[in-house]
Design a protein around this ligand. Structure first.
Ligand code: PCP
Length: 407
């Protein structure tokens, strides 16, 4: 007779916020490590741990080199996770650009206070920074044109709001899920193919949408359900006239020819008939490579799903670099507690031993500024958490300063 595990009645097999806070999302080897450390009487040793990315995901733009930078997200969640633990925590703030090997966070305290939280600490940072980084790279590819996150359908619903928030930190102009209202953003969306398919007639569907929607909802007609994009774009313009804000091209993969040419044709035909204000919105299988080409071809805005919300996690690692004041680390990691400085002009980082004098930027000749914010002191939160629009602006302002983003 097999034994039956009576598990907590979970409707959707999701972890509760309380379980995360209690440290229940933990790799069992950390618990075994703590038990072993207690036997050795070393679990209370004061340690310094640093978190840095070992590498970054590859770009979708040929030759598919790894990104040179990512956008940090998940710091607020880590601070909330660690609140109450007898640790000091220094970190770059959410929305900071970072590079591989740059220690984005430093945690100081007895190992037993936070060692087993490594699983969740990295879980927040790896997943959310992956999403924010992909969003930023797509936003740059769009040349500053609007990029909306259309991809919450690619994630487990339990994390959809965290993912939407991370996509906006990375630079998305908005997201499609209604819960983003909590973040101060209006949900953005158009219409699914189901509307035209079930109506059986796209003009009837577009007209009904126009009649049903409150005036503040932009009339963006999906124009690739039954006929060619050019034909349906003109049908939509004729049907809704000056009420038509835009057309969305979400061409099925089986029909995708030269989308750049299709975009140019649709633009030409709309302009030729006086519909110069009708915008062209692209979605479906987009990434930084296709968005750049479609933006060049004349697309005005993008709905991007999988590339952002299905982004690879950032390969952050957490490593002990000091024990009871002694610099010590595993092979591949520079030992010793470190400080991080950043040039206010060119945004270059500089890593120094903790307590070193601020270096002078050898490119700009100015004194670099401390990059870390002290966010926890003996477990007490020292910072006010910033609204997501401010975090997004931090990301975009760095991208502009680096000349990566024009507007
Ligand atoms: C997709 C749907 C999503 C878009 C494309 C994201 O179109 O509109 O919002 O796709 P991505 O994950 O590939 O970037 P469809 O799958 O045709 O769904 P619908 O008919 O509902 O538009």
């Amino acid at each position: 007779m097999g034994c039956f595990l009576i598990t907590l009645q979970r409707k959707f097999y999701v972890v509760t916020e309380e379980e995360i806070k209690e440290g229940k999302v933990v790799d069992v080897y950390f618990l075994r490590t703590l038990k072993t450390m207690k036997r050795l009487g070393i679990s209370k040793k004061e340690v310094v741990a640093e978190i840095a990315a070992r590498s970054l995901p590859k770009s979708r733009i040929p030759p598919h080199e790894p990104w040179k930078w990512g956008v940090l997200a998940g710091v607020e969640e880590v601070v909330k996770l660690m609140e109450g633990k007898k640790v000091d925590l220094y970190s770059l703030p959410d929305g900071s650009l970072f590079h591989p090997k740059i220690p984005i966070m430093r945690i100081e305290g007895p190992y037993e206070e936070f060692g087993a939280l490594e699983t969740s600490i990295l879980g927040f940072l790896c997943s959310l920074s992956g999403v924010a980084s992909a969003a930023a790279h797509v936003k740059i590819a769009a040349g500053g044109k609007p990029v909306i996150n259309f991809g919450i359908r690619r994630n487990h619903p339990a994390i959809s709001l965290a993912i939407e928030r991370a996509s906006i930190i990375g630079g998305c102009d908005g997201s499609s899920g209604i819960l983003v209202e909590e973040l101060g953003f209006k949900p953005v969306g158009t219409m699914p193919h189901a509307l035209m398919v079930i109506a059986g007639d796209q003009v009837k569907a577009w007209r009904a949408f126009d009649e049903a929607m409150p005036k503040e909802v932009p009339r963006i007609a999906l124009v690739d359900t039954f006929f060619d994009e050019k034909a349906e774009a003109l049908m939509a313009a004729e049907a809704l006239k000056d009420r038509l804000a835009g057309v969305r091209l979400d061409t099925p993969r089986s029909r995708r020819g030269d989308m750049e040419e299709i975009i140019r044709e649709v633009r030409w035909e709309l302009d030729l008939r006086g519909y110069k204000d009708v915008k062209i919105f692209l979605s479906g299988g987009l990434d930084e490579y296709s968005v750049a080409r479609y933006a060049e071809a004349g697309a005005d805005a993008f709905g991007v799903g999988t590339r952002i919300t299905g982004a690879n996690p950032i390969d952050f690692g957490m490593d002990v670099v000091e024990v009871e004041g002694k610099s010590i680390a595993k092979r591949g990691i520079c030992s010793g507690s470190k400080d991080l400085f950043r040039c206010p002009e060119c945004l270059t980082y500089s890593i120094t031993p903790k307590g070193a004098q601020a270096p002078v930027c050898d490119r700009c000749g100015v004194e670099m500024k401390p990059a870390y914010v002290k966010m926890l002191e003996k477990g007490k939160v020292l910072v006010d958490f910033e609204v997501v629009s401010k975090l997004r602006e931090r990301t975009l302002s760095q991208l502009r300063k680096l000349g990566l983003l024009k507007s």
